[in-house]
Design a protein around this ligand. Structure first.
Ligand code: PRP
Ligand code: URA
Length: 206
């Protein structure tokens, strides 16, 4: 699995500081998550497969490119919905599939509850979830998605733990992984430290 960490991107890091702060209230948290998703989509979009095409400008004909394959965005419910927003703005013709996986608070194991996908064969799948903690949820989602044989899979998070990356890297060496930040560790309850708390609760104000 290739891993890209965008820790040098200052604007992105400033926005993540806002997400981290316990003083950031729901409305600002939501807005900032959307802004982060736009930046992340732009960074990951640098690697999307394109095909050469010819385009006629008002002056002449020249070379251009088009996105080669159908993009399918897959938020892991529910916090992944917050990260989905900017990706849909920048890739408006992307299809959206949903995977529902919830972490059991005691065992930290993923509990599966929902799966609805468009056809995935020969597509570019981008799985989005702001938090990669133990890696159990992403591992589960990737294994299910792979059954449908997409062409490429990319997974995008905002915060990742070293434990989560190591786990997913081992089981999914073929997936391209991107994160805005690599945090220090997981605590005894499986939360990312320093982290931002519970992403789903903060995004949906629950
Ligand atoms: C959070 C987060 C990830 C998962 C990460 O979701 O959005 O999906 O935890 O943890 P893991 O890497 O240890 O599996 P959560 O299970 O809290 O559900 P929610 O999005 O519905 O709040
Ligand atoms: N899920 C979250 O929302 N936050 C964490 O720190 C870990 C898992």
């Amino acid at each position: 699995m290739s891993v890209k960490i965008f820790s040098e991107h200052r604007l992105l890091q400033a926005k993540i500081t806002t997400l981290r702060s316990a003083n950031t209230r729901h409305e600002e948290f939501t807005r900032t998550m959307h802004e982060v998703s736009l930046i992340l989509c732009s960074l990951v979009g640098a690697e999307i497969s394109t095909a050469k095409i010819s385009v006629k400008t008002p002056l002449t004909r020249t070379h251009g490119v088009k996105i080669e394959r159908q993009t399918v965005l897959v938020p892991i419910l529910r916090a992944g919905l917050g990260l989905l927003e900017g990706f849909r703005v920048l890739i408006p013709n992307a299809k959206v599939g949903h995977v529902g996986v919830e972490r059991d608070h005691k065992t930290l194991k993923p509990k599966f509850y929902y799966y609805k996908m468009p056809p995935l064969k020969n597509t570019e799948v981008w799985v989005v979830d702001p938090m990669l903690a133990t890696g159990g949820s992403l591992d589960f989602a990737l294994a299910k998605i792979k059954e449908a044989k997409p062409y490429t899979i990319r997974a995008i998070s905002v915060l990742a733990s070293p434990e989560g990356i190591a786990f997913v890297q081992k089981s999914h060496p073929d997936v391209h992984f991107y994160t805005a930040v690599l945090d220090t560790k997981l605590n005894a309850k499986g939360y990312i430290v320093p982290g931002l708390g519970d992403a789903g609760d903060r995004y949906f104000d629950t």
